[in-house]
Design a protein around this ligand. Structure first.
Ligand code: SF4
Length: 437
């Protein structure tokens, strides 16, 4: 489908169109779908839209008469589907009325509306509390190979570059420490993410950990780690001594799937999950629903296998085809919606509860990413990162910080390009400073 608009609300409508059509491309005045001068035009129809927020619903209803939506998320666009639920809960609106609103006004399916409410209830204590506390994110944008489905801004590991990068990251960290001290702020949550943080050398990881020790009162410290092909006993031992959570991400346990996508099989996953659990860390593992070549049966077998390994958290990602990911040319696998739904059932049956959710642009089948936990092992960072009530200070290249002012989230991003990031020290300093004003 092609879409043309000269309206300032075009982006929102463009996102909504993705809930109906697999492919939507920007076109010209002769496009299949047109939004201009307050009119929505398609298939020789012309619909006059209101100037209020109702225009999204009006477009949805008009399209719904002719096409079946491919997404269960109705008129909802954006990455934070819980926002509305939390707002309504805070206004004292009953759960029944919230559900009704989601289904009737937002056009979300009943199943997804119930999922939202369940997640909002599960994460409520963390969502509500400690809004003055700060979380710190450190970005390690290096990987041993680049997976063809990757939608992150990461790059191939180069020893010299990584070393140089780390020097810059530590400079930023020193600036953060200074500001935190000046303002008497408390950092109680640290997340080292990637990329593949395991790729750093043992000594480099140690240096990073040592420089984080000045933050007193940290109650959650996650080392994302990532894939395990660059994990060694020395690194594992080091991480166990400093971190409280670790992520070991297989993405799929179906034999032969990930090697086709430029990523080795997740060898040693059973060993490492049990190793870190014995060391007292909370373990977390991710799967992706929709990887090319993986059927629904494969996906569910993979999930069952992962459940048997008993990580404390499991996140099911809906494959997302962001711009730049080479996978656009590859064929998608079985319906992702069924993987997500049946996955939910399996996880619930085995004691895992959904506790955070987010959506991305260009998700295959327009589903959602959901994180599950077992036995009260909810991750602070996962919730704070997705809901706009806590502040996150992110350092490194392509790191997005979030500050909250007058109840609104303001995002501050560092340069995506690693060389640009390292070069412009003054800009980096200013960005950190901005977080504290
Ligand atoms: S390991 Fe993760 S971050 Fe690195 S290329 Fe693969 S998907 Fe991307």
């Amino acid at each position: 489908m092609t879409f043309y608009s000269n309206d300032s609300r075009a982006i929102k409508v463009y996102d909504l169109l993705h809930n109906f059509f697999e492919v939507v491309e920007w076109g010209d005045e002769k496009s299949d779908l047109i939004f201009e001068d307050g009119l929505f035009l398609f298939e020789a129809k012309s619909i006059k839209l209101s100037t209020t927020d109702h225009y999204m619903l009006e477009i949805y209803e008009a399209l719904n008469e002719h096409f079946s939506p491919i997404s269960p998320w109705g008129i909802l666009s954006g990455v934070r589907p819980l926002k509305l639920v939390h707002q309504e809960k805070e206004q004292g609106i009953s759960e029944k009325a919230i559900l009704q609103g989601l289904v009737q006004r937002e056009k979300i399916t009943e199943t997804k509306a119930e999922l939202l409410l369940e997640i909002a209830n599960n994460q409520e204590p963390i969502y509500r509390d400690q809004r003055d506390h700060l979380s710190l994110y450190l970005s390690i944008p290096f990987c041993p190979t680049i997976c063809s489905y990757c939608c992150f801004h990461t790059r191939l590991y180069e020893k010299k570059l990584a070393r140089e990068y780390l020097i810059n990251l530590l400079e930023d960290l020193a600036e953060v420490k200074k500001r935190v001290k000046e303002q008497g702020r408390l950092i109680d949550c640290i997340y080292i993410g990637g990329g593949t943080p395991w790729i750093l050398e043992t000594e480099e990881i140690k240096k990073l950990f040592l420089s984080l020790q000045d933050f007193k009162g940290v109650k959650e410290f996650t080392f994302e780690g990532g894939r395990m092909d660059v994990l060694s006993p020395e690194k594992a031992n080091l991480v166990s001594s400093y971190a409280s959570r670790v992520c070991l991400n297989p993405q799929s346990l179906t034999q032969g799937i990930t090697p086709l996508l430029g990523r080795p099989e997740a060898k040693g996953l059973e060993y490492w999950i049990s190793y870190f659990k014995k060391e007292g860390l909370i373990t977390s593992s991710d799967l992706i629903a929709g990887l090319p070549g993986e059927s629904l049966e494969d996906f569910l077998l993979s999930l069952k296998e992962l459940i048997k390994l008993n990580p404390d958290n499991i996140t099911i990602h809906n494959l997302s085809l962001k711009r730049g990911a080479q996978l656009k040319e590859l064929k998608k696998s079985a319906p992702v919606a069924a993987m997500l739904q049946e996955g939910y059932g399996l996880l619930k049956k085995t004691g895992y509860n959904p506790y955070y959710i987010y959506r991305q642009k260009n998700m295959v089948d327009r589903g959602e990413n959901v994180g599950y936990e077992k036995a009260g092992t909810l991750g602070l960072y996962n919730i704070r990162m997705m809901e706009d009530v806590h502040e996150i200070l992110s350092i490194g290249s392509n790191a997005a910080s979030k500050k909250i002012r007058q109840g609104k989230a303001i995002r501050i991003a560092t340069p995506k390009d690693i060389h640009l990031y390292m070069k412009d020290k003054e800009r980096r300093k200013r960005l950190i400073e901005e977080m504290f004003v």
